[in-house]
Design a protein. Structure first.
Ligand code: PLP
Lengths: 150, 409
């Protein structure tokens, strides 16, 4: 496993030009995530339109992996239903070996299942960094708690 | 250049490879590697002398007790304590500071009193005092540092008045490497009737410590940052102060007499050592100070100063690299924190790890300080007796690789 596979161009692009940065004035859901060990921080604002995630805004500081993962996640969940976003979350965690399951990666159609997020697969080979990639997703899970209302 | 490279053979772990490369261990500020002398002393204790201390009437228990108390005497001599009774064995630096905070601070501080700390303290010398403030109504104030990362002695008189009852400062910052003039601060504290608590976690391992000359009241340090095992450290305190303090923990070993509702305490230092202590660890601690004394603490200090000067020089060659800490090696120790362009320190640590180089990345348990520095994290290389110029040299190509991967021009 070479470092070039970890620090793929698309990851550095999301790190340096994070998508959907900022805050929502009246978020329907919000969560703050921190990794107390390393100090990485993520804040997520969500706006819902019915059962759909209409808008996402992210703030945060941290390493290229946590910040790129947050940026990619924000892009991937915008416009999705809450159920689809949760499904994506599970597939991402499966891809990263954080939880068992099927990531739905299709070798014949690279990028089809998880989009840019697939670039984070390389992180699996660096176990101490998996929690960096997971931080935005753990924060999203918190923000989505209780949504949609049962 | 002092040459201590022959010592490397004493450290089995340094012979390891990491990620296919010879290990370059540059994280001794977090914990140091252990020489055979320490490993063997602990092994020998368990194989030949193991028994509980201060309890048995039989000869083996007496041997264990003598080894435990002998280690105390070695540690006492190492810091020039007036007697071995001034050394309390603790779990480490953190618990040594807590012993003062909860054994002295809790009983003597009241609303309106102040505790003066510096803005470069480790969480271990901040959070215990925050807890004590919560109980007592005392408040924390902070002494800032200057643009060249020295504590601001000009601001000291404005902050240090009769309201201040405790002054806490680290003898060497684990982030900046700054070694403040502890003697001068302790004298100023004494003049207003305040006690000085020195966090010597990074000081005592790296230069000669003489508590008589220092003029402080308490000194906290830990074995694992000075070639000894984890799980043990020491609090040095002036005996009359220790004798006036309450124990922060109760249990066996620390009592004189126990009734149903009340108990009386043993004398210092055993008053502060409730329960079965880390006996083999104390023996290892003693072996570590023997090892360091044999090398000579002046020699240790000289070696690290030279290595630090060399590291600052070499790191200065790296475009985009910023060092956080004093430039003058006469006023600093061998913990060198830095950032490189917009590459996050965790990414640097991962990249260096692939070259077999172990550095620390993060806030190094000094979050308030990093807020002042304006960066969420730094990378830190730190040195000890076994490090060489080659270890410093190894950083250069690894940092160049980081710049390539991140496209930093
Ligand atoms: C300056 C300083 N103080 C206190 C500590 C705490 O030491 P320990 O965690 O061994 O109790 C450390 C080490 O992390 C340190 O560097």
């Amino acid at each position: 496993m070479s470092l070039d596979d970890l620090y793929r161009e698309v990851i550095l692009d999301h790190y340096r030009h994070p998508r959907r940065r900022g805050a929502l004035e009246h978020p329907d859901a919000h969560a703050d995530g921190q990794n107390p060990l390393c100090g990485d921080e993520i804040a997520i604002d969500l706006a819902f339109d019915g059962d759909r995630i209409a808008d996402v805004r992210i703030r945060g500081r941290g390493c290229s992996i946590s910040q790129a993962s947050a940026s990619m996640m924000a892009e991937a969940i915008t416009g999705k239903t809450i159920a689809d976003a949760k499904d994506l979350m599970h597939r991402f965690k499966a891809m990263m070996d954080i939880e068992p399951g099927e990531a739905g990666l299709d070798a014949a159609r690279p990028g089809a299942a998880l989009g840019d997020l697939e670039a984070l697969q390389g992180v699996r080979r660096f176990p101490v960094r998996i929690k960096c990639a997971d931080l935005p997703w753990a924060t999203l899970a918190q923000a989505l708690e209780g949504h949609p209302p049962a | 250049m002092t040459d201590l490279s022959h010592l490397r053979a004493d450290f089995p772990l340094l012979q390891r490879e990491m990620n296919g490369r010879p290990l370059v261990y540059l994280d001794s500020a977090a914990t140091t590697q252990k020489p055979l002398a320490v490993l063997e002393a602990m092994d020998r204790f368990y194989r030949r002398h193991n028994a509980n201390v201060h309890r048995g009437a039989y000869a083996l228990a007496q041997e264990a007790t003598e080894l435990y108390e002998g280690a105390r005497a070695k540690v006492a001599a190492f810091v020039h304590a007036a007697s071995a009774r001034e050394i309390v064995f603790t779990r480490g630096t953190t618990s040594a500071i807590n012993t003062v905070a909860f054994g002295w601070g809790l009983y003597h501080l009241r609303p309106g009193d102040r505790i003066l700390l510096t803005t470069m303290e480790h969480h271990a010398n901040v959070v215990p005092w925050q807890l004590v403030c919560r109980h007592t109504g005392a408040e924390l104030i902070y002494l800032p540092f200057t643009a060249d990362y020295q504590i601001d002695l000009e601001a000291l008189p404005g902050l240090l008045d009769e309201r201040v009852k405790v002054v806490g400062l680290s003898g060497m910052s684990n982030v900046l490497g700054t070694m403040p003039p502890v003697t001068a601060v302790a004298a100023a504290a004494r003049a207003v009737g305040a006690l000085t608590v020195v966090d010597a976690a990074q000081m005592t391992p790296h230069s000669p410590t003489d508590v008589q000359a220092l003029g402080a009241d308490f000194l906290a340090f830990g074995a694992h940052k000075m070639l000894g095992p984890t799980g043990i450290g020491a609090l040095w305190g002036r005996l009359e102060l220790l004798e006036s303090m309450e124990p922060a923990e109760g249990g066996g070993e620390m009592i004189r007499d126990v009734g149903w509702n009340e108990s009386t305490w043993a004398d210092a230092p055993h008053r502060f050592e409730a329960g079965t202590p880390p006996i083999a660890e104390a023996v290892g601690f003693g072996a570590a100070v023997d090892y360091l004394s044999a090398v000579g603490m002046d020699e240790v200090h000289r070696h690290e100063a030279e290595l630090t000067r060399y590291a600052l020089e070499r790191l200065g060659e790296v475009p985009g690299l910023t060092v956080y800490g004093p430039a003058d090696v006469a006023q600093r120790g061998g913990a060198v924190s830095f950032t490189l362009a917009d590459i996050h320190p965790h990414d640097l640590a991962t990249i260096l790890d692939q070259q077999g180089i172990a550095i620390r990345a993060g806030h190094h348990c000094a979050k308030p300080l990093h807020r002042l520095l304006g960066v969420p994290a730094t990378a830190r290389a730190s040195f000890y007796v076994y490090n060489t110029r080659e270890d410093v040299d190894a950083l250069l190509p690894a940092l160049a690789e980081a710049r390539r991967l991140f496209g930093v021009s």
